[in-house]
Design a protein around this ligand. Structure first.
Ligand SMILES: *[C@@H]1O[C@H](CO)[C@@H](O)[C@H](O)[C@H]1NC(C)=O
Ligand SMILES: *[C@@H]1O[C@H](CO)[C@@H](O)[C@H](O)[C@H]1NC(C)=O
Ligand SMILES: CC(=O)N[C@H]1CO[C@H](CO)[C@@H](O)[C@@H]1O
Length: 359
């Protein structure tokens, strides 16, 4: 029997404990979780505690020494980087240089400039290694079946007249991420951290790139970092235009993507059914009828499974010719950041049109 790949997780925050550990546990026949690392011993231990029930052998690593051990351990072939948004790119590059495949959490970068320099150093050093390790960004929205299905329905709506992305978030003090220091300290605040998901959903659904934006931003709720609301128009490469509206904290939570065409409309809306959270896809047809389908969340599982399968493909082709599945590629994550970065920039300039950086 082939030996299972060994992996490590860097990070011990809420998302590691509530998503990575349980979702990885569901596919634990595919790899061995060798270590969990955090900057401090205390937080590393708390995540290891949570993981022990599924992965009894997992080792606890912390600080610079623990990180060096993971980097030097040649049995660890990939690492999940689930750290503060400001330090993820540096950490990912360090691991990639050491020849580890990396699955980095979103956002791909803290700003578009960081994504650009990160990608160019990745391309530069890849040539010195015997193979180019995979640098993937974990964006579960690209793996949610609702968006995969919504995209297929785009062929049914005819010429597109308008696209709407309406997000009324509920990021208040009851939310476990509300007090999180690095998210509050990110330029763009929660608009960037949460917004990349909604932009990823938009790009998945319409299958065309956003080329330019114009936005108004404001800071109303002083308990949140600025800005906390944004109204943007955007133009796609295929000529269509739309609006992206995001309120970080509202009393009326709603997350909706809607594409209005000459022959019908497709809408994806966050909701729940039979106690499960997920998305409802509604297809309104020209005859005034509609059909709806509910898809419970499963994007994190799908994305992890796809990444694992990419790693095993890459290991079979030792020459580094394996291309990562495009929904996981770092450039896809960078494109989401580039759009929000352009919207935030436009907001700072009172709505001046801003071109989106291409990747
Ligand atoms: C936060 O938002 C949720 C969803 O709207 C709501 O149920 C909850 O009461 C809010 N909490 C506070 C402290 O406002
Ligand atoms: C906030 O960000 C700045 C600059 O990016 C950094 O110097 C500072 O240490 C950060 N503070 C926290 C609490 O993360
Ligand atoms: C861009 C946008 O919609 N800004 C609004 C944010 O909320 C305040 C208060 O409701 C409005 O005055 C802004 O116009």
């Amino acid at each position: 029997m082939a030996q299972l790949p060994q992996i490590a997780i860097l990070g011990s925050g809420i998302f590691v404990k509530t998503q990575y550990i349980p979702r990885l546990a569901e596919i634990s026949d595919l790899f061995v979780l060798k270590a969990i690392w955090s900057r401090s011993e205390e937080s590393a231990r708390s995540a290891v505690e949570a993981a022990k029930k599924f992965f009894p052998e997992v080792e606890c690593k912390w600080g610079d020494a623990g990180l060096d051990e993971i980097i030097r351990d040649t049995s660890i072939i990939w690492v999940a980087v689930v750290l503060a948004g400001q330090i993820q790119v540096d950490m990912s590059l360090r691991l990639l240089k050491a020849g580890k495949h990396v699955l980095q959490e979103k956002p791909a970068a803290a700003c578009v400039g960081e994504a650009e320099t990160g990608l160019s150093s990745y391309h530069a050093f890849g040539a010195d290694l015997p193979f180019r390790p995979i640098w993937a960004v974990a964006e579960n929205y690209r793996f949610e079946p609702a968006f995969v299905e919504g995209r297929k329905l785009m062929t049914e709506v005819g010429d597109i007249m308008n696209i709407q992305v309406i997000v009324e978030g509920s990021m208040n003090s009851s939310n476990p991420y509300f007090s999180n220091a690095w998210r509050r300290n990110l330029t763009g605040g929660f608009i960037l951290d949460m917004g990349v998901h909604y932009i990823a959903g938009l790009r998945m659904l319409v299958g065309s790139e956003v080329t330019s934006v114009s936005a108004i931003t404001s800071h109303v709720d002083s308990t949140l970092p600025p800005p906390d609301n944004i109204s943007s128009t955007f133009q796609l490469e295929n000529g269509c235009s739309g609006v992206f509206v995001m309120v970080v904290s509202s009393r009326t939570p709603k997350i909706l993507w809607r594409v209005v065409g000459l022959k019908g409309t497709v809408q994806i809306e966050r909701g729940n059914k039979d106690g499960k959270h997920g998305y409802t896809v509604i297809h309104y047809t020209a005859d005034g009828k509609s059909q709806s389908f509910f898809h419970p969340f499963c994007g994190v599982n799908e994305e992890l499974k796809t990444f694992l399968s990419d790693i095993s493909q890459a290991n079979l082709k030792k020459d580094g010719s394996h291309e990562v599945e495009h929904r996981l590629s770092y450039a896809e994550g960078a494109r989401d950041v580039a759009i929000l970065d352009a919207m935030l920039e436009s907001g700072k300039r009172q709505g001046a049109p801003v071109q989106v950086k291409r990747f």
